[in-house]
Design a binder for this molecule. Structure first.
Ligand SMILES: Cc1ncc(COP(=O)(O)O)c(C=O)c1O
Length: 391
């Protein structure tokens, strides 16, 4: 009997999913383990999808996505970042951010290559590199005072003759870390010096609390990169527009990689769903008001988390600048999965275990604060009580 391919057998299980599956079998759980809120997609986006279906957007589209959707993305980037991206050659609309990760990584790595990932990070970047039969070196962000940093010395030490790709996420899931201008420049110079691809996961770019005003995006790496740089950016509609279930994202990349990713897409999903792409156009065009309201709510929720967990002995909660997570570090914690499981069974609160986020993640738990107050407040109370009682 043939066995499952060894390359797939070695792909690890997502430990966030593992915890979630236990939680889903229990009634009445306050769910803060996934990166989404309990709020539905705004109505104007749902209506746009219905309109698109009625207008006939139910057929196959181009592998790179509808030209109108790519033009809308390019216009959005011009407005937000002052960057010109060619919709015909540098954008691929994908069926989710994770599919953009998959395509980008697939096109950058050969079997036996090596990738470097800055961690703790959402595990799907490293897992996709492993799916490409590459080895991954995870380099943790050191915590200096109250801020995470990039360990450039460790990056230099991790490079070998097989290294082809560096993956980083800013704003970070789970840390909320946002790369500074100097850190972005340093990462770009690092990949230029070592001839690597740079994959910047910017899916949380709009969820930023330290700009000059709420709504200002985290500056994209594309503001610094030239069109000839080996840089790609992964994006998603999931977080900014509450569209997690729709599966819509995009990849921006240098044109040679973008051309191959477009062809490759044919054999993966062919393209993102047609009416979903049209709904995404509406989200980009009309979404600012709703986004701002969400950001105000998220910023208050972030404060609530910091207050609820801040004073607990043995718990360190670095203040995140972006995304919608806090990642408290708990002194003496060596098995965050067991901790989350106990918390779930004893208090009916579901968090994501830090171990799920790779090197540097163990010893912490991730709390997603995107949920409504009616869920977040009691959940935080229970977590704080559990921690005070010694976990
Ligand atoms: C860092 C990061 N990148 C990409 C994604 C992918 O989002 P989606 O596949 O829902 O578009 C997520 C989702 O949690 C994420 O946290």
């Amino acid at each position: 009997m043939p066995s499952v391919a060894a390359s797939v057998a070695q792909v690890p299980r997502s430990r966030i999913r593992e915890l979630a599956e236990i939680a889903m079998s229990i009634d009445g759980v306050l769910r803060l383990y996934f990166g989404e809120s309990n709020l539905p997609t705004p109505d104007y986006i749902k209506q746009a999808a219905i309109r698109a279906m009625n207008e006939g957007f139910t057929f196959y589209t181009e592998n790179a996505g509808l030209p109108s959707t790519r033009r809308a993305i390019a216009a959005h980037y011009r407005k937000l970042h002052g960057v010109e991206i060619d919709p015909a050659t540098e954008i691929i609309v994908t069926a989710s951010g994770v599919q953009a990760l998959n395509l980008g990584i697939r096109c950058a790595l050969d079997p036996g290559d090596e990738a470097i990932a800055l961690t703790p990070a959402w595990p799907n970047g490293s897992a996709n590199a492993m799916l490409s039969n590459a080895a991954v070196h995870e380099i943790p962000h050191p915590l200096c005072g109250n801020r995470y940093r990039v360990d450039f010395d460790a990056l230099e030490r991790a490079v070998t003759s097989r290294t082809r790709l560096l993956i980083y996420t800013s704003p970070s899931n789970p840390l909320g870390w946002v790369a500074t201008d100097e850190e972005q420049q340093g990462l770009l110079e690092f990949v230029r010096r070592h001839d690597l691809w740079l994959l910047a996961d910017e899916v949380y770019d709009r969820l930023y609390y330290s700009g000059s005003r709420l709504g200002e995006p985290v500056p994209s790496i594309l503001r610094k990169a030239t069109r000839a740089d080996s840089v790609m950016v992964v994006h998603s509609f999931s977080k900014s527009y509450c569209m997690t279930g729709w599966r819509l994202g995009f990849l921006i990349a240098r044109r040679d990689l973008a051309a191959k990713a477009t062809q490759t897409n044919e054999f993966v999903v062919s393209h993102a769903p047609s009416f979903t792409q049209k709904a995404g156009e509406t989200a980009l065009a009309e979404g600012e008001g709703e986004l701002l309201r969400m950001l105000e709510r998220l910023k208050e929720n972030r404060e609530l988390c910091l207050e609820a967990l801040g004073g607990i002995a043995g718990v360190t909660v670095p203040k995140p600048d972006g995304a919608f997570y806090v990642f408290p570090r708990i002194d003496g914690l060596t098995d965050s999965f067991a901790f989350c499981r106990r918390l779930l069974e004893e208090t009916r609160v579901g968090l994501a275990p830090g171990v799920a986020f790779g090197t540097g993640g163990e010893g912490s738990v991730r709390i997603c604060y995107a949920a409504e107050r009616s869920i977040l407040e009691p959940a935080l109370e229970r977590v704080a009580r559990f921690l005070r009682a010694g976990g």
